[in-house]
Design a protein around this ligand. Structure first.
Ligand SMILES: NC(=O)c1ccc[n+]([C@@H]2O[C@H](COP(=O)([O-])OP(=O)(O)OC[C@H]3O[C@@H](n4cnc5c(N)ncnc54)[C@H](OP(=O)(O)O)[C@@H]3O)[C@@H](O)[C@H]2O)c1
Length: 330
């Protein structure tokens, strides 16, 4: 596993990190399997773990705490997120800081997350939603600085709204934050336009989330895919989203089949999806969601395979898909 610099923090994080949403709240998550997968990742050199309070209201944070305590001899980097008080995903331009992240709410949830994980501190505390309009009110920053000086958190990050990579560029340019988390994958390439140059200039770490587009880029979904009642993917993968996504995935499968034939390779779609992201040096770490042990093994192996060959990378650049937030994408 290769490591990369995490912006200006001085941390050396594994380029393949770990996304912990699924194990907190998606259907069919089994804690002992999740713990086994987490441990396998630790043993293979993965040292960056992303969770959030809302991932099972503490369930995922608790699994992270257990993993940290089981590996006291290793330096594992822990990242979590404060939920917005108004429970509004994504942040709306007309909502205020007072409605979303008032200082007392931020403090309360930092303590709640620490209790869930039974940890003394988190390395990275992120706001789970963001709107650059909140920069007008700097109380959020004073509160996070205060929590940092108490050593309850060590660095500050923002998780940007789905398909709004531009809505965070101003925050990056203030020089006040250490990391941004953004959707970046073969389809969603537009963080490259404004966000990544700003992060490079300000030495802000980039966490690439949703590398498989919530599943389509694994190649395992079909137009009949359904999940147990209550699983959020039933309302996300509505036909309006699923059908065009699968059409685009079919084109990627064709491209990969031709590539493998011409080069006598056996690259899989998930491997290509991860190596596409790894090829961009602006990315500090990628956080695939993975509950199954076999997924941990193959995703971490993608780091060993390294960046994509230039020709294939160039062809994938044409698969950019610019999407706008929709009622089903919240
Ligand atoms: N607003 C936010 O801040 C926000 C929003 C979304 C996500 N995130 C973060 O980003 C992380 C990643 O996003 P995500 O988990 O939503 O979606 P994702 O990483 O794009 O996709 C996860 C899905 O891919 C499957 N998978 C993983 N590796 C695979 C492989 N090698 N082959 C086949 N299938 C594979 C997983 O299966 P199994 O789980 O069954 O192994 C899971 O169903 C989250 O876990 C979370 O930490 C943050």
């Amino acid at each position: 596993m290769r490591n990369r610099q995490f912006g200006r923090t001085g941390w050396e994080v594994s380029e393949m990190g770990y996304g912990m949403w699924g194990m907190g709240g998606w259907s069919n998550s089994v804690d002992h399997e999740s713990l086994e997968s987490l441990q396998a990742a630790v043993s293979r050199g993965c040292n960056f773990y992303d969770t959030a309070y809302v991932y099972g209201d503490g369930r995922s944070e608790n699994l992270l705490g257990q993993t940290v305590r089981a590996n006291r001899d290793k330096r594992l980097f822990t990242a979590t997120k404060v939920p917005p008080r108004n429970k509004q995903w994504p942040a709306r331009p007309d909502s205020t800081l007072e409605e979303s992240y008032p200082p007392d709410h931020v403090e309360e949830f930092v303590h709640r997350s620490l209790e869930n994980a039974r940890l003394e501190s988190f390395d990275l505390m992120q706001f789970h939603t963001w709107d650059d309009g909140w920069l007008r009110d700097d109380r959020w920053l004073y509160k996070l600085d205060d929590l940092r000086s108490q050593r309850l958190i060590h660095a500050i990050g923002l998780s940007l709204n789905r398909w709004e990579p531009w809505n965070g560029v101003r925050a990056v340019r203030t020089g006040q934050i250490d990391a941004v988390q953004v959707i970046y994958n073969i389809f969603d390439q537009n963080p490259e336009d404004e966000l990544f140059p700003a992060c490079e200039e300000m030495n802000v770490a980039v966490i690439a989330r949703v590398p498989f587009d919530e599943g389509t880029l694994t190649g395992t979904l079909s137009k009949d895919s359904k999940w147990p009642e209550g699983d959020w993917r039933n309302t996300y993968f509505v036909p309006e989203n699923l059908i065009p996504s699968l059409e685009r995935v079919d084109k990627l499968k064709e491209l990969l089949r031709d590539w493998n034939q011409e080069h006598s390779e056996e690259m899989t779609l998930p491997e290509m999806a991860l190596r596409f992201i790894l090829t961009n040096p602006n990315v500090s770490t990628i956080i695939p969601g993975m509950r199954k042990l076999s997924h941990v093994e193959s995703n971490i192996a993608a780091s060993d395979a390294g960046p994509l060959p230039t020709q294939l990378y160039g062809e994938l650049k044409h698969h950019r898909w610019v999407r706008k937030p929709a009622p089903w994408s919240d």
